[in-house]
Write a protein that binds this ligand. Structure first.
Ligand SMILES: Nc1ncnc2c1ncn2[C@@H]1O[C@H](COP(=O)(O)OP(=O)(O)O)[C@@H](O)[C@H]1O
Ligand SMILES: O=P(O)(O)OC[C@H]1O[C@@](CO)(OP(=O)(O)O)[C@@H](O)[C@@H]1O
Length: 156
């Protein structure tokens, strides 16, 4: 189907480690973009914008918001918002890690099944441990997966 005028063309290549024409590639797929930032810094806002833009130029993209998994798993009204997010709260930490694991696994399946080309992981991802787990998962899914971390601004 012809593209509407003004829609940028893209050249996309499934990443091959020995490829020597990578200079022409716009996007290497599968590709994971992990957002990093404290709550309310605009991660979800950026992930929606990015998702919409990438889909518009023809790159199948989906955002995976860990907060959505967390909202299904527990009620902050009952847990207590401050207490839940305290790094000293073992139960809260366990639920958050489990939600992140579920989101990362869904993301991996989405890329593995070639449902999409780019996945955006929208979570705080503020700890080194979390980012290490994410990197390990990405390597497991496909060694060519790349991670781009966006540091969100401290003040809006
Ligand atoms: N660039 C921006 N300009 C104006 N408002 C913004 C911008 N980025 C985020 N916001 C607003 O700030 C609030 C928090 O953003 P959100 O994306 O939900 O943060 P996070 O995902 O980091 O928790 C939302 O109400 C959102 O609409
Ligand atoms: O587990 P981490 O990485 O902290 O990220 C998930 C958390 O981020 C939050 C807050 O930023 O997501 P959301 O913005 O979608 O509400 C929490 O709701 C959610 O539990």
């Amino acid at each position: 189907m012809p593209r509407p005028a003004g829609v940028p063309q893209r050249k996309m290549t499934y990443f091959m480690p020995k490829s020597d024409n990578s200079a022409n590639e716009q996007v290497r797929v599968p590709n994971v973009i992990a957002l990093v930032g404290l709550p309310a810094r605009g991660k979800t806002y950026i992930s929606h914008k990015l998702c919409r833009y990438l889909n518009w130029i023809g790159i199948k993209t989906r955002a995976f918001n860990v907060g959505e998994y967390r909202r299904k798993a527990c009620n902050l009204g009952e847990e207590g918002e401050f207490e839940f997010f305290s790094p000293n709260n073992e139960r809260g930490q366990k639920i958050r890690d489990e939600c992140a694991r579920l989101a990362i696994e869904d993301m991996g399946r989405y890329l593995d099944n070639k449902e999409g080309e780019v996945a955006i992981l929208d979570a705080t991802n503020t700890t080194r441990d979390r980012r290490k787990i994410l990197m390990e998962y990405c390597r497991k899914y496909d060694a060519s997966t790349t991670i781009s971390c966006v540091l969100c601004r401290i003040g809006l």
